[in-house]
Design a protein around this ligand. Structure first.
Ligand code: PXG
Length: 285
């Protein structure tokens, strides 16, 4: 059976899962999304993802046409129909079809889309040997222009930085904010280890408040590691003992080289490896 995609309360075969070319999600990137993972049939931190989706929608004055309970049910039903236990879930809510003009008031029927699929992980060697990343010249969106806390369908800022990373042969790229401070990567949050402490940029650095980020901060605190959210510079990254990224897709992944400089010993460090193991246990518990 073809993979089933949920759109507006109905299931469609993957190749027939389509929405209008007049949808403002397509015309203007006017909408919000979430990317989540399921482990052994259970969605990791589903409620937190729903809360973030609802917050993103509220920030752009988009009313999600179903309740959180109905969304949770639809997510679980779609996973079940597709027989996916360890997978990836993409939630999308668009502004809906409208006229050829920006006015969101001239749209109707926001589309709720749930795509579930088998997860394609980064190659195992990246987790064992660590990633190399570069700093992108594309600045992260200014929070006063388009706040990175909103997980909106307009991801061009991240895509431009990703292109720079790819050009340099890297699968991720570091993004700085408008003040030149470390913000995050194109689809992952960043952490440093320095003197046994875990450091990560605060929300007001202009980042997406990652759900994996929050989970890792809890795990580190539980393991007796001091976690500090503070403004970080590229210099802090270069002189860190360890560096790693977090995200729903990547989980926890070591970074061993930034802008051609080895981080610490140039291999995944002990704190990173310990948190990778703890996250793995948490997600699969
Ligand atoms: N920063 C940005 C800009 C993101 O888009 C994260 C950090 C990590 O957040 P979570 O909540 O996942 O820990 C993200 C998340 C995809 C994909 O398919 C992207 C994300 C998550 C899952 C899938 O590109 N981005």
């Amino acid at each position: 059976m073809a993979l089933q995609v949920y759109i507006d309360g109905q299931l469609y075969d993957k190749e027939n899962a389509k929405i209008s070319v007049y949808d403002h999600g397509l015309l203007y990137g006017d909408g919000v999304f979430e990317g989540m993972r399921s482990y052994s049939g259970k969605v990791f931190r589903l409620q937190q993802h729903l809360d973030r989706l609802w917050d993103s929608a509220k920030a752009i004055a988009l009313a999600i046409p179903i309740t959180q309970a109905a969304m949770a049910q639809a997510v679980n039903d779609t996973l079940q129909v597709n027989g996916i236990r360890d997978g990836y879930i993409r939630l999308v809510v668009t502004r809906g079809a409208g006229t050829l003009g920006l006015d969101p008031n001239r749209t109707s029927n926001p589309q709720v889309i749930i795509i579930t699929d088998h997860v394609s992980l980064y190659p195992r060697e990246f987790y064992e040997q660590g990633l190399e990343i570069v700093t992108a010249s594309t600045t992260r969106n200014h929070p006063a222009a388009l706040n990175p806390r909103i997980k909106s369908l307009n991801y061009l800022n991240n895509i431009l930085a990703k292109l720079e990373g790819m050009k340099a042969g890297c699968i991720e790229a570091l993004m700085l904010n408008h003040k030149g401070e470390v913000a995050e990567c194109t689809g992952d949050n960043i952490f440093l280890v320095r003197g046994g402490q875990l450091l990560t940029p605060p929300t007001d650095a202009g980042i997406l408040e990652g759900i994996t980020r929050a989970a890792v901060m809890e795990l580190a605190t539980g393991a007796g590691i001091l976690v500090r959210e503070l403004s970080l510079s590229r210099h802090d990254v270069y002189v860190a003992d360890e560096c790693f990224l977090t995200g729903s897709a990547a989980e926890v992944i070591p970074v061993v080289k930034v802008d051609n400089r080895p981080i610490g010993q140039g291999t995944p460090g002990p704190v990173t490896r310990d948190l990778m193991r703890r996250f793995h246990e948490l997600a699969r518990s």
